[in-house]
Ligand binder design. Structure first.
Ligand SMILES: *Cc1c(COP(=O)(O)O)cnc(C)c1O
Length: 360
């Protein structure tokens, strides 16, 4: 039997999402021990989560199903974010919320200012929505007029924007978000990096029922592997999201782990402060190379323009030296690499590796 006859007709056109590989796999490929790898390719918090998170997870009742209404978690997130629990929906990472919003709206098209986080177009295609890319300006600033034109022309019901943007690092102003909210579309503002800089759009939700803000514990809280994210919206929209989500989307471990991170946020924000300071130090060190041009960033990574060398070969050369960074195989980022901010010792290893590239 030809199993492909049973699959959706567009299966071959769906591009695969290229995820980062597990550490052990990378270490084996490169031929260095895991502890020698400097992982600056996925914007993780290399300080890791506070001990209290691990203690909470160790004590969790894993034989019991999680709470589908997420009562305790939504309450904790709400007080952390300064909203009411009815405005919060938690998910298996922010990615789950993106998917829930697509399934709630079933749009024919979605508008994405690019360069952007790849998950929007990946999940849109799976939901049979056409991703319409609207290029950002020369300094990667949002082109609001072009977004408006794209929405009006296509009738797209959803716009995905990121602030601070991944991979460019620049945030949106409140005024820009307000302009977007005037469009006849659901405006999804992804604030995956808001704890590192930029101005949140959350206060605008009260006046704009078509605004949803996405956040995650993956970046600031060092919990990328636990998979917890959340959306903040009007109670009406949040109710509909709750109604169609997978009832048990947030595991018991993720639920208690995320709440422990909130409870111990003082400790977590200590690492966020270190990362923000380190981002500035790393940018200065990078700018000292005459072939690197780091862009300003409000996130926990820096987009760097590479001059007179191939960005891909810089990525490959660093990789051989055990330093992992992100390279993008797309025309609008042809000469760029993205480097996450780690601890001071990670920056030092990066700079050392860059110097040794120069001697090749
Ligand atoms: C990393 C990232 C996310 C991922 O969130 P998860 O909670 O890990 O699913 C979402 N949006 C952007 C822009 C990101 O860079």
């Amino acid at each position: 039997m030809d199993i492909r006859r049973l699959l959706r007709a567009d299966i071959d056109e769906l591009e695969e999402y290229t995820p980062v590989k597990p550490l052990e796999v990378l270490a084996a490929e490169i031929g260095v021990p895991v502890e020698r790898l400097v992982k600056l390719d996925a914007n993780e918090n290399l300080y890791g989560a506070p001990e209290a998170v691990f203690t909470a997870i160790a004590g969790a009742d894993l034989h019991i199903y999680p709470d589908p209404s997420q009562t305790a978690l939504r309450k904790a997130i709400a007080s952390f974010a300064g909203v009411s629990p009815e405005q919060v929906v938690a998910g298996t990472g922010a990615d789950d919320l993106i998917d829930i919003l697509l399934r709630l709206t079933l749009p024919e098209a979605v508008v994405i200012p690019t360069p952007a986080f790849g998950m929007y177009s990946f999940l849109a295609r799976i939901s049979q929505a056409k991703p319409i890319e609207v290029p950002r300006g020369p300094g990667f600033e949002l082109d609001v007029a072009a977004v408006r034109a794209a929405v009006e022309e296509s009738g797209a019901k959803v716009v995905f924007v990121t602030s601070p943007n991944n991979p460019t690092g620049n945030p949106l102003s409140r005024a820009e978000v307000e302009e977007l909210c005037a469009l006849e579309a659901l405006i999804v503002v992804d604030e995956a990096y808001i704890e590192f800089g930029g101005e949140t759009a959350v206060p605008l939700i009260a006046g704009h029922p078509n605004l949803v803000v996405l956040r995650t514990f993956s970046k600031w809280a060092g919990l990328a592997g636990l998979r917890v994210g959340y959306a903040i919206a009007t109670p009406e929209l949040a109710r509909e999201m709750m109604a169609i989500k997978q009832p048990y989307n947030v595991s018991v471990a993720a639920d208690v782990g995320a709440r422990a991170a909130i409870e111990h946020r003082g400790e977590v924000f200590e690492t966020v402060r270190c990362i923000v300071a380190e981002r500035e130090r790393m940018s200065q060190r990078l700018a000292a190379f005459d072939w690197l041009e780091p862009l300003p960033s409000a996130a926990n990574f820096v987009l760097v323009r590479v001059l007179g060398r191939e960005a891909r070969s810089v990525r490959d050369g660093l990789r051989k030296r055990g330093v992992l960074i992100r390279y993008y195989d797309r025309p609008d980022l042809a000469n760029y690499i993205r480097i996450s901010t780690g601890r001071p010792e990670d920056t030092d290893r990066l700079i050392e590796a860059l110097h040794s590239l120069e001697d090749e």
